[in-house]
Structures are given as C-alpha cells and as structure tokens.
Design a binder for this molecule. Structure first.
Ligand code: AMP
Length: 479
C-alpha cells in the first residue's frame, strides 16, 4: 500500500457515491487495570526549564505585535512558586485541589494519582510556613452525602505530606472558622466536600465569600475542574489577593498551552477517538499550529467516506462528511501534512473475539467495520513521527479496550516513549490516550501526561478556562 507520508496533505480521492451502514457507536468502555501513574514533576515544581522556555516565549510573544494566539497570552499566570517564605509565613492559604479519587465500596482509594498530584503545591506551602486550608470536591453529591465525604483521603494525604492532616466536617461555618484559628504554621486543614453545597457549582458569590473569608491567599491547583466557573475555582478569586496557580495547574498550562503554541518543530499532533464531531475543535485548533497531523480511531471513516471510499459498517458520521472535506482542504492550504491511515484492521462484529483481517483503506468489504489502524499505517506514522521535536496525542487509534484492536494505539504509545528518550517533547492530552499509555507501561517517560480530560480538551481547542482566567497575571519581565 502506498504511503501518504510524502504528500503535503492526504491525497483526496474523487468523490463517488457509496452506501454504507452506520456502525454501532457504543464502544464498550472496559475497566483498564492501571499501574501507578507518573505525574512528571521535576522535583517539587513543574519542569523549570520548560516553564522558563514557555514563560520567556509567552512574554516575548506578548510584547510583540504578532496576531494573538487564542487563549495563550491570558494563560500566563502567577505561580505558587513565585511566592516565597516572605509572602507565605504565617499566612492562611486556601488551596483548591482536585482530590476526586476513585473509592471502592469499602471507601478504599483505588487510584491515588490525584492526591499525589496535589502534593508538590501543598509541600511548598507548608515548608514556607503557610497554614494550608485544603478544599476539593469528590464525586457528584446531591447535598450532604456521607459516601462522598473526603474523610477517607486523610490517611493517604497525611502519609504523602508527612504531616497529620486535620479534617473539618464542613467547608464553611463557625466550626471550620474555629479550626482555622487553631492552625499553626505548616499545618493542613482539609475541608469537607465543597460540592455538599449546591452554591458551589452555581458559583454563588455569598458562598464564595464565605470560603474566601477563611484565608489570606488563594491557590488553584485543580486542573480537572479549571474549565468550570465554580465558587471554589473562580468565585473566591474576587475576594482573595493574590490568587495564583499551583504547580500542577502551571505544568498543565506550560505543556497544553505553552509548549503547543511555541513548539520545537517539526510539531506533530495525533488525534484519534471515536467521532470527528467531538474532536472538531481540537483538530481545527491544532491545524493552526502543527506541521504534521496524524488521524486515527473511529473518526477516520468519516474522512474516508468523504473521499468516496467504501467504509463497510464502520463508524461514520453522515452529517460530518462536508466537515471532513473542509478539514482536509484546510490542512492542504496551511501546508500541514495530514496523514490518514493507509490500511485498517476490519472486524466482522464489534466484539473482542471478532474475526479480523487487514485491508487497504480503499478495500473495506461490505459488512466489515474498521476497528484499528493497520501495519502499513503504523509504519508510516512512525516514520513521520521520527522527524518530530514535539508531539501531542489525544485519542486512541482503535478500539484499544479490546486487545485484538489495541495494536495501533499501543504502537503509538511505544513510539512516543522511544521519542521521549531522544529528547522529543511528548504530551499526552488526557482521556483514553492516558489510559493507553498507562496500559503499555510507558507513562513515566512522557514529558507530560494531562490529569484533566475535559479541561485538557478545552485547552487544546484553544479555549480559556475560567478557573485560570481568574488568576493573577504572571509578572512581565524584560527579555
Ligand atoms: P474519544 O472519547 O472520542 O477519545 O474516543 C475514545 C473511544 O473511541 C474509545 O472508547 C475507543 O474504543 C473508540 N474508538 C476508537 N477507534 C474506534 C473505531 N474504529 N470504531 C469505533 N470506536 C472506536
């Protein structure tokens, strides 16, 4: 099968009329056994070299007359790392973290990634003499719901921080105020689930004021909820100065905004997943920035069909055929190499034990559905990736929950691991690609693994996150 790598964009095949069946869109999400997830922190802070590189670029960008990049300039925020002992000693610091960890039926934590991710910011604060008032949500409670109490998190949090964390039974009110008053420097008080109050998600100003009244300074480290304007993520910033970004939030911004806006080139984006409709924003935004765009997953069949190919019973979004054509044209106009898989693994049914075979993209038989990219495509993708200096990946190449159709996704994970070892900046942009990288056991070596699904998708789409916008701007420095 001829490779498409040499062409500047996917070679459009003349449109012919075809009839195809709509495939089942309900990809069963199987629970993946996930090993300990790497957080990628360099020491206690976000990668300082990259952060410096990004901050410098952003500052020089801001001072230039160039056309502003969507969502970039306003995302350069003051960081908790800018606060020293002089700023923090004896101060009460309200930290909004994302401690929304999964618990089993016996209230045991089954994955502590989010707690570990919050540790660098809290440690920085306690080692500089601050009194930490820690807030988070857990689950989706409707009012006070004991099974969503943050109580079960206390032992692990205390262990990781090396201090005895005190837990409040509420997040506002006189009892909480009493506990705050009794805090000494370096103490940590964990407030009860902030979503026990409906006012939290409504971003009620009175509620935000009550939360803010507990502290002197605000730190937002809850990347996973930064795309929501809630009382504890946005409302409180109106009452607390300074309001700054925590290390985790900063690192997410450094990579998902900074490294992508000012990438070391060539810059490749790999976008997969089930539907083109859920990734339109991401593809359009990345087309503005990347040199190479590799597409995989269920969305490719909409592109194939738009190009006049038969797609059998593969997943197709009939109402997105024109959009697929437009995206191909846009890539061409921008000189972006858009590579679609040249071969696919097709199955006779959507099942882990389906019969399967490898066929060229132009030879998908009727009644068969494409569930993974084929070996020629893997080779072409690997060759294209070999040339890059920055890669961002969002979305699997196939139905990776079924081992039989996980080959393409795992090949990408392995290739990115190999490239990371050669100094390429590799960014895993949340969601299922994170699960795939963990399944292959290469999460440790990636430059950045995003901790927020929805928030990372919105950042990649070039949107500004309310929880970030509300924070203080980074102090401009002369460059
Ligand atoms: P998304 O949430 O949009 O990133 O999509 C992830 C889902 O896409 C995963 O559950 C995959 O099983 C699914 N997926 C990937 N490739 C295909 C395909 N060829 N056909 C159907 N579903 C797919």
């Amino acid at each position: 099968m001829a490779s498409t790598a040499a062409s500047p964009a996917f070679c459009a095949i003349p449109k012919i009329s075809t009839t195809t069946n709509r495939a089942s869109t309900s990809a069963t999400r199987l629970l993946l056994k996930t090993p300990l997830r790497s957080l990628g922190f360099a020491g206690a802070a976000a990668d300082p070299i990259l952060a410096h590189h990004v901050a410098t670029k952003l500052r020089s960008f801001k001072s230039s007359s160039a056309k502003p990049l969507r969502g970039v300039a306003s995302m350069a925020k003051k960081s908790v790392g800018d606060l020293t002992a002089a700023d923090l000693k004896g101060k009460k610091v309200f930290v909004r973290a994302d401690l929304n960890v999964p618990l089993d039926d016996n209230q045991n934590i089954t994955d502590d990634t989010r707690i570990r991710a919050a540790v660098p910011t809290i440690k920085h604060l306690i080692s500089n003499g601050a009194k930490v008032i820690l807030s988070s949500h857990l689950g989706r409670p409707k009012g006070v719901t004991p099974k969503f109490s943050l109580g079960p998190l206390v032992p692990r949090l205390s262990q990781l921080l090396g201090v005895s964390v005190v837990k409040a039974d509420d997040c506002i009110g006189p009892e909480v105020e009493k506990l705050v008053t009794s805090l000494s420097e370096g103490d940590v008080l964990l407030l009860e689930n902030v979503r026990f109050y409906k006012e939290e998600e409504k971003n009620d100003p009175e509620f935000a004021k009550k939360l803010a009244s507990l502290a002197d300074i605000y730190v937002n480290d809850a990347f996973g909820t930064a795309h929501r304007a809630h009382a504890s993520t946005e409302g409180v910033t109106k009452f607390l100065k300074p309001s700054v970004a925590g290390f985790l939030l900063q690192k997410e911004l450094d990579y998902l905004v900074g490294a992508i806006s000012n990438p070391k080139r060539p810059f490749a984006a790999i976008v997969g997943g089930s539907k083109v409709s859920s990734k339109i924003g991401v593809i359009e935004s990345l087309l503005e920035k990347c040199d190479i765009l590799l597409l995989g997953g269920g969305m490719i069949f909409t592109f194939y069909k738009a190009q006049g190919l038969s797609v059998g019973s593969s997943l197709v979004e009939e109402d997105k055929l024109d959009l697929a054509t437009t995206l191909i044209e846009k890539a061409k106009a921008k000189g972006v190499s858009l590579l679609l898989p040249s071969d696919v693994v097709v199955a006779d049914k959507f099942a882990p034990d389906a019969d399967s075979k490898i066929v060229p993209a132009s030879g998908i038989p009727d009644g068969w559905m494409g569930l993974d990219i084929g070996p020629d495509s893997i080779k072409t993708f690997n060759d294209a990736l070999e040339t890059t200096k920055t890669v961002i990946w969002n979305g699997p190449m196939g139905v990776f929950e079924f081992d039989k159709f996980a080959v393409g996704t795992e090949a990408v994970a392995k290739k990115l691991a190999e490239l990371s070892g050669k100094g390429v900046t590799t960014i895993i942009g949340g969601g299922d690609s994170v699960a795939a990288v963990e399944k292959v056991g290469v999460a440790d070596v990636m430059s950045h693994i995003s901790t927020g699904g929805g928030a990372s998708l919105e950042l990649l789409e070039g949107k500004e996150l309310p929880g970030v916008l509300a924070l203080e701007e980074a102090v401009p420095v002369a460059v």
